[in-house]
Design a protein around this ligand. Structure first.
Ligand code: KIV
Length: 263
């Protein structure tokens, strides 16, 4: 069973952390079979499961539903629940109550997006025993502020802000920080300057761990494929081919055959 302290020890032991998103029981079991030790129930489900163009409409109820599916199936993994838009931004109290709901749904930790302004939320959660993952760089809940999904931290000034945000999150008690879509050199600096692990997605090879969206990794979601995604399979193409063959065989009277019929 992977725990938060185990995950943090990985940085000291220089052993990479591997995280993949999961949204349901079937894939949670598959991930465990593959030896993946940490799962993020990401609000990316708004895009890959719900078909929206961004994550902003995902609700706490959506997230708790999927979190329960994953925690009900995962036996060994650390499950991180992703706090959706407006479940923690308005107040520290909101943040605390909603984070608690994730733990009641079986998650072991939560993740929230944002820099220094989120430090008081992280501190409050940490004080009551809720482990919190930070998330910096191209944080998708701020897509409207960025004017699209754009790499962050390219200018020296923005890079400096991100480094100082990362330190503020660490000081507040964050157990790890996800670094998304930023230059590899910046993620390297952040990784070196922090004592807590960094988990990169589009942040180069120097992070303490990596995370990918499951459907991107499997080549199942190909409507928008960022440069940082490597599809390790092409399941969308396979699924399409299977569905077309099924349709064709029913139309041609080839399915069901004798072997799929009861006698
Ligand atoms: O929602 C999500 O899946 C995430 C990862 C991309 C880090 O936040």
């Amino acid at each position: 069973m992977m725990t938060v302290p185990d995950l943090q020890r990985r940085k000291r032991d220089k052993k990479k952390l591997i995280v993949v998103t999961a949204y349901d029981a079937l894939f949670a079991r598959l991930l465990e079979q593959a030896g993946i030790e940490a799962m993020l129930v990401g609000d990316s489900l708004g895009v890959v499961v719900q078909g929206k163009s961004n994550t902003l409409s995902v609700t706490m109820e959506d997230m708790l539903y999927h979190t329960k599916l994953v925690t009900g199936a995962a036996q060994q993994s650390l499950v991180i629940g992703d706090m959706p838009f407006m479940s923690y931004q308005a107040s520290k109290e909101d943040a605390l109550r909603n984070a608690g709901r994730f733990l009641q749904a079986g998650a072991h930790a939560v993740k929230l997006e944002g820099g220094r302004a989120m430090a008081d939320r992280i501190q409050a959660m940490t004080e009551v025993g809720i482990p919190v993952f930070g998330h910096l760089g191209m944080t998708p809940q701020s897509v409207n502020q960025y004017g699209g999904y754009k790499v962050q931290g390219k200018s020296a000034e923005r890079a400096q802000t991100l480094v100082s945000d990362a330190k503020a999150l660490e000081e507040a008690g964050a157990v790890a920080i996800v670094l998304e879509a930023m230059p590899a050199s910046l993620a390297k600096t952040m990784t070196e300057q922090l004592t807590i692990p960094t988990i990169g997605i589009g942040a180069g090879p120097h992070c303490d761990g990596q995370v990918l969206v499951l459907y991107d990794l499997l080549g199942l979601f190909d409507e928008f494929v960022p440069k940082f995604v490597k599809p390790y399979a092409h399941l969308r193409a396979d699924a399409l081919q299977a569905l077309r063959r099924y349709k064709e065989e029913v139309e041609q009277g080839k399915f069901p055959s004798e072997s799929e019929s009861y006698h």
